[in-house]
Design a protein around this ligand. Structure first.
Ligand SMILES: [Zn+2]
Length: 236
């Protein structure tokens, strides 16, 4: 170990910290993605509810229209009968039937109109929700594309830094490189720590003064007694 080696290991430490930062950034979803997905799901759910309502309404409207048709036909027949009655008694009975049917047809007509109005209202609501859904899908997809672009950008940055890491690693002796790689493997990719104010800069463990002095001497490889990373000292 030497002061020069410390400089190289410090370079590796900075590289590894940078790779760790970029990798963490890569895991973060873009701002607003969850919110956009929530909006999309809500619009989908609202549309499903309205579609169910519209289907039920349309079945009801069809049923009322069918009954209205039947009653209207009955009314025509009753009116024909009224025109051909032979005596007053028959006339009274036929008139009563016509009046009853007229009442029924009128009520069914009202029902049919009100159902049609409801259906128009539902259609307008559904169009608005469809528009909302379309916008939610567009926002979500835009964010996904942004996320993909950002990930690609980070991947390319990470790849460049990893290449430079390999170049720097070739500058250290095999035995120290092996110790460094082992520490990296067990310590989330960062295998070197810097002494800062008599503490391990990585795990923040307070270090004995004598130990720090030995590390400063750089006569051999030292490890942090707590996190086991290779520990170095850089005189700024
Ligand atoms: Zn430590």
């Amino acid at each position: 170990m030497s002061v020069l080696l410390y400089e190289v290991l410090n370079k590796l430490r900075q590289i590894d910290e940078k790779i760790k930062d970029l990798s963490n950034k890569r895991k973060l979803p873009p701002k607003g993605l969850n919110e956009a997905l929530k909006k999309l799901k809500e619009a989908e759910s609202k549309l499903r509810t309205k579609s169910t309502e519209a289907e039920a309404g349309s079945r009801k409207t069809k049923h009322v229209a069918d009954v209205l048709g039947e009653e209207t036909a009955k009314l025509s027949r009753a009116e024909e009968k009224l025109a051909s009655v032979k005596n007053s008694k028959e006339y009274q009975a036929a008139l009563k039937e016509v009046n009853q049917l007229k009442k029924a047809v009128s009520s069914l007509n009202d029902q049919h109109q009100s159902l049609n109005a409801e259906s128009d209202k539902l259609m307008t609501e559904m169009l608005a929700i469809e528009k909302e859904l379309k916008e939610a899908v567009r926002s979500y997809e835009t964010l996904l594309v942004q996320m993909k672009d950002a990930t690609n950008q980070l991947d390319s940055e990470i790849k460049d830094i990893q290449d430079s890491r390999l170049r720097v690693m070739s500058d250290i002796p095999d035995d120290i490189r092996n110790k460094y790689i082992k520490a990296c493997d067990t310590k989330n990719g960062v295998g070197v720590s810097l002494i800062m104010s008599e503490r391990c800069g990585a795990c923040n463990m307070a270090l004995p003064k004598q130990f720090c002095n030995q590390v400063v001497k750089a006569d051999k490889v030292y490890h942090c007694p707590s996190c086991q990373r290779l520990i170095i000292y850089i005189n700024n």
